[in-house]
Design a protein around this ligand. Sequence first.
Ligand SMILES: [Zn+2]
Length: 372
Amino acid sequence: MKKYLFMALLILLLCIGCVDKRIHEEVEAFIGKQEQYVNEKNIIKYMDTISKEKPEYLAEKKSWIRDIQMNDINDYNLKIEDIEIFSKDEVRLKLKQSYFYEGKKYSVKIPLLLKKENGHWKDNDLIFDEISTTHFRIKYGEGLRKYAQAVANVCEIAYQNIWHRYGEKIKDTTIIKIYEDEEILRQSVKLSFKWQFAGWYEYPESIKTTKFEEETYRKILEHELVHKLTISKSNNNMPYWFTEGLAVYFANFPNEPKEHRKKSYYLNRYKDKRMDILKLEKANLEKMKDPKEISNYYDSAGMIVKFMIQKYGLQKVKDIVEALGEFPYQEGTGIEVDKESIKRFHKVFKKEFGISVNDLNEEWISYLNETE
Ligand SMILES: [Zn+2]
């Protein structure tokens, strides 16, 4: 009897070994394919490797692969460092992702979840746990529970603040993802991005951030929630500078010393480098490297929105956002749709304000030259 038991156990162990070996092979083949499709810049085939379970993840990966297609990104490499088999339908990987962009090599380690859907392995996003509040689902990586809790403590306050400042509620549940560090965050958004950022949002994706303190989370969330509210209202038709200007006006300015919102402070800080609307329209924030140039972009955009609200009233500015929402939805990240959004903004602005964007720009320039 004992002998049979031993044999049965041995067969069982061998079978488990077989299954494990098969899963290893399948997973290695799957990762190899993903790597190949990225290098081929094949969006359709790459998107077919992504899980269909989560609409925000599908949108994020589509933006991510489009960025690779449009930029000089090559030698993308995925190296499996560890495979943990959870079940025959779920594995957890430790991957090393690396690539070259404009001759420079970047790499990062990512924990990836693969799940089988209809018999095929799919990339199911990084490995996240989750907690929820009334309006948010907070996803966080391993060891980041206390950061998720800090986000949970302030996200509803941020939600209320933006609702009251802008005067409208943010629709639907918002997903927030907390990444291990700023490099994983950057590489999860756009491989071509030139600088690391604290928070990110593109319509209709999740809000992404990394490790911060509670009070910083509240400020980041307020900024990103203004994006969610206004980008969805405008049907993703706002110029990049106007999107940032609204977020700076409704989120950053109220969180900074009052002094920073003054014309004298702004003029003194940026002097002859300050930006007007035409300069903001030509600039690409995502390709900037100099921190002063970046803050100049944000502050100039915020000051122009402040000027518009002071001169024409909050409702008029909100009317522009609404009117942009009459145009068809544009698929793409803010920078991808910027050219068309600028055109639409010029049309709508003339209709709502009775003057052209160029006239507004002249008004802004002469306002800066007036003595207070
Ligand atoms: Zn922003």
